[in-house]
Design a protein around this ligand. Structure first.
Ligand code: ATP
Ligand code: MG
Length: 276
């Protein structure tokens, strides 16, 4: 599949299997390429929806960004095609589904599991930042797990324009960095902030600035009102890493390179990216 990315695909090249989920703009099915038997996820977006919500440009951008990224922790987009009614995205299949579901099921992750995911994410983001891509929309719903439990970042490019989307759609504020809440110019360090939020959420089961209203979450982010509950037990090294990422001044946040070298990561993360 990967080798043949220039090829023109069409729907009859695939056997369609069970539905995997439904997003805002499309449905996703597991599918198998007839010749190679290669299993993929096929995302079907109706042209009518693209028309109605005027999202062609956004979709094209998402596709071009994701297509250019080839990293073990970034969900591959192998190709796309369309017929008269739909656009089809041929995506890497993430057999274990959303990381979010795994987190809800477990409540919170062990330090080993959390560190393994944070290291995988850090490596993926370092790769993306090298290619001048800022994800800006990293949250558990956009993280998928493959058959071995390896983390895959999904929903690329969407995020590049997600600032206006978030403001108009009243999405959750929990993952927004202060400079984004304030709507100031922001840079790559936005993703580093989000790593701090996720690290906290993985270990405690809820994001750090959660509040009853958006206004209160906003206030807590702006104050960096960070506290660590006494349960579950979390090591001081983990808290140190979180405190070095949730720093208001974006230039003072720990760099991706320093995250990879942090004692908590060295001690707990599986560099292969799979959790036992
Ligand atoms: P949107 O991407 O439109 O913002 P979304 O993320 O909720 O919204 P989709 O990306 O369309 O929706 O995916 C719908 C669901 O299908 C996901 O929540 C996920 O559970 C499942 N899914 C999507 N892509 C894959 C994949 N590559 N492998 C396995 N499951 C997937
Ligand atoms: Mg999605």
């Amino acid at each position: 599949m990967g080798e043949n990315s220039e090829r023109q695909w069409c729907i009859s090249d695939f056997e369609i299997g069970k539905p995997l989920g439904k997003g805002k703009f499309g449905r996703v099915y597991v599918a198998r390429e007839r010749e190679s038997k290669f299993v993929v996820a096929l995302k079907v977006i109706s042209k009518e929806q693209l028309e109605k919500y005027k999202i062609h440009h956004q979709l094209r951008r998402e596709m071009e960004i994701q297509f250019s990224l080839k990293h073990p922790n970034v969900l591959r987009l192998y190709g796309w095609f369309h017929d008269s009614e739909n656009v089809f995205l041929i995506l890497e299949y993430a057999h274990n589904g959303e990381l979010y579901k795994e987190l809800s099921r477990k409540g919170h992750f062990s330090e080993q599991q959390a560190a393994t995911y944070i290291l995988s994410l850090t490596k993926a983001l370092a790769y993306c930042h090298d290619k001048h891509v800022i994800h800006r929309d990293i949250k558990p719903e956009n993280l998928l797990l493959d058959h071995e439990g390896r983390l895959k970042i999904a929903d690329f490019g969407w995020s590049v324009q997600s600032r206006s989307k978030r403001h108009t759609m009243c999405g959750t504020l929990d993952y927004l960095a202060p400079e984004m809440v304030e709507n100031k110019a922001h840079d790559y360090a936005v993703d580093n902030w989000t790593l701090g939020i996720l690290c906290y959420e993985f270990l405690y089961g809820a994001p750090p600035f959660e509040a009853d209203s958006q206004v209160d979450t906003f206030k807590r982010i702006m104050k960096v009102d960070l506290s660590f509950p006494s349960t579950p037990y979390v090591s001081s090294e983990a808290k140190h890493l979180i405190s070095r990422l949730l720093v208001k001044d974006s230039s003072r946040r720990l760099s991706l390179q320093r995250i990879m070298e942090h004692p908590w990561i060295i001690k707990n993360a599986n560099p292969i990216g799979v959790c036992s």
